[in-house]
Design a protein around this ligand. Structure first.
Ligand code: FAD
Length: 505
């Protein structure tokens, strides 16, 4: 039997895409021994998810680079920023500049860079990422999970206590775990390309025309642009027709012709660096867990990349799962976070379902090339312009900032929501809870005798809407109080969330 260096890992991750790599980095940061198994011979060269939203940059920053910067900051420095995000390519953009986050913009950066950053981090920490390891079978019993792997034609077995299937849309892990993946067949196909333009537009373009179709042109780093578009003839197709188009090569001639037909110009297209096509196939796993096996990222939910959300939601799956699994591996997990109200499935499955609805709704708005479609777009666009609350709601969804996990009916209104205070968010680290107290931290610290890993800021900036809050490692509020709680109250709250012994960080 082969395994990660120095004995079997606690957690095996199948899939070295962004979600698998991020989950590995968070688990490692929380003290868990983890190994990633990836079928390809090396890192991916596919630019795919180039849109990174604010919440993703926040969760990435729980990890620190060698120079002390959060990985969200490191990635942000490598991309191009846009403050107006689109919803369904509507002309009224969502203004991100006033969002309550350190990252009030959409970051445009090829997925290869996001993956490269995570890989570099894992390498610096000595976490094994084993390329050329194709997982073929998954078996589990009461104590462990085993995977049969093909490595250079040879069979091998890896074993661990838990397994995360981050192996994408066609997940072998999901199939082997017997988890259904219901959804809708594709009915449209769009082109995507990263290109060099001789005459790039001065600002982002989201062109939509009922007769000719849609074309988006967005800046990427390195003088490149991301193109994304479709003509009316690319919609209303049978699944067989979609597959046939998907299998055909997207040539430079096709791309130029489509751009000219749609927008009247090819912006002097000079070079195509990467190209692909995407469909609106939408599936959500029925369960995110089966025994010792968890699903995250595209293995758990696959959808049309409207507004660029797949990568983002996948990384947030990893942020939700990693600290819970780490707590289990470290023997400090109370029932609440594993099997009850705050379990990974209970919290992330509704997010996956909302993602499916939101992207299907966007597809309908983007690709209904008819007078009715145009009228619906006009109506929605007016709503965004005229109703501030509608614009805020959509921005909250797409940016990931408004994700809120279920809370008991008598809970403080902040419970389940993401902590807003950027100073406190910045103090989060993998696997660590944070107890934020508006005043008088030191007496309380010295009298806390119940278990937890605590980080007490000398001064909480006060923007978190309560006098005290217990914050989970993924930045969501576990408990909050409008007055400074006594030791017993804090102790009871801690026991619902973690059995760790206190330690000052
Ligand atoms: C053209 C395109 C544009 C997109 N644009 C955006 C965007 O702008 N923003 C956004 O948020 N999302 C976007 N997405 C979606 C985004 O790329 C995905 O959501 C993201 O890649 C999911 O990451 P993942 O790690 O879950 O899966 P993947 O990236 O698919 O990685 C899964 C990994 O598992 C490996 N694997 C599979 N099976 C096995 C096996 N049996 N054994 C071992 N390894 C295995 C694969 O080789 C792969 O490396 C886009 C997607 C496409 C196709």
């Amino acid at each position: 039997m082969s395994s990660g260096s120095g004995g079997a890992p606690d957690v095996l991750i199948v899939g070295g895409g962004p979600v698998g790599l991020f989950a590995a980095a968070l688990l490692d940061g929380a003290g868990v021994k983890v190994t990633v198994l990836e079928q390809h011979a090396g890192p991916s060269e596919h630019s795919k998810g180039a849109t990174v939203h604010p919440r993703t940059l926040e969760v990435l920053s729980a990890l620190r680079a060698c120079d002390g910067r959060g990985l969200g900051d490191v990635l942000a420095a490598q991309g191009r920023t846009i403050t107006g995000a689109h919803f369904a390519l509507l002309p009224s953009l969502l203004d991100y500049s006033a969002l309550p986050t350190r990252y009030p913009y959409v970051l445009m950066v090829p997925q290869t860079r996001t993956e490269g950053l995570l890989l570099e981090h894992l390498r610096s920490r000595g976490v094994p990422v084993r390329y050329g390891h194709r997982v073929e079978r998954v078996e589990q019993d009461h104590d462990s999970v085993r995977v049969r792997v093909r490595v250079r034609g040879e069979g091998a077995v890896h074993e661990a206590r838990y397994l995360i299937g981050a192996d994408g849309t066609h997940s072998t892990v999901r199939r082997q775990a017997g988890i259904a993946f219901p959804g809708t067949a594709p009915s449209l196909i769009t082109f995507v390309a990263d290109v060099r333009l001789g005459a790039p537009p001065p600002r982002p373009v989201h062109h939509w025309d009922v007769r000719s179709g849609t074309l988006s042109v967005l800046p990427l780093p390195g003088g490149l642009h991301r193109l994304f578009g479709a003509q009316p003839c690319d919609t209303g197709l049978s699944p067989a027709k979609v597959r046939a188009v998907q299998d055909a090569e997207l040539t430079g001639r096709d791309l130029r012709r489509s751009m000219r037909r749609i927008a009247g110009t090819d912006f002097a297209l000079r070079e195509i660096v990467w190209r692909s096509r995407v469909t609106d196939t939408t599936h959500t796993a029925e369960r995110l867990r089966s025994g010792r096996v968890f699903l995250a990222g595209d293995a758990a939910h696959t959808q049309f990349p409207a507004g660029g959300q797949g990568l983002n939601v996948g990384l947030q799956d990893a942020a939700n799962l990693a600290w819970k699994l780490a707590a289990e591996c470290n023997g400090i997990a109370p029932p609440n976070i594993l099997a009850e109200q705050a379990s990974y499935h209970e919290e992330r499955h509704p997010v996956a379902q909302a993602l499916a609805h939101n992207t299907l709704a966007q597809s309908a708005l983007m690709y209904t090339f008819s007078p009715a479609g145009a009228a619906l777009r006009g109506l929605m666009s007016d709503l965004i312009t005229q109703e501030e609350s509608a614009a805020r709601r959509l921005a909250g969804w797409v940016s990931g900032l408004d994700v809120r996990y279920p809370a008991p009916p008598d809970a403080h209104p902040l419970v389940g929501s993401r902590l807003q205070d950027p100073h406190l968010l910045d103090r989060l680290r993998p696997g660590r809870f944070l107890l934020a107290l508006r005043d008088g931290t030191s007496e309380l610290w010295s009298s806390v005798s119940l278990p937890d890993t605590l980080l007490l800021p000398e001064h909480a900036s006060g923007a978190f809407g309560a006098s005290a809050a217990l914050v989970r490692p993924d930045g969501h509020v576990a408990e909050a109080w409008d007055h400074l709680p006594d030791d017993r109250t804090i102790g009871e709250a801690l026991l619902r969330w973690t059995y760790a012994m206190p330690a000052r960080c």
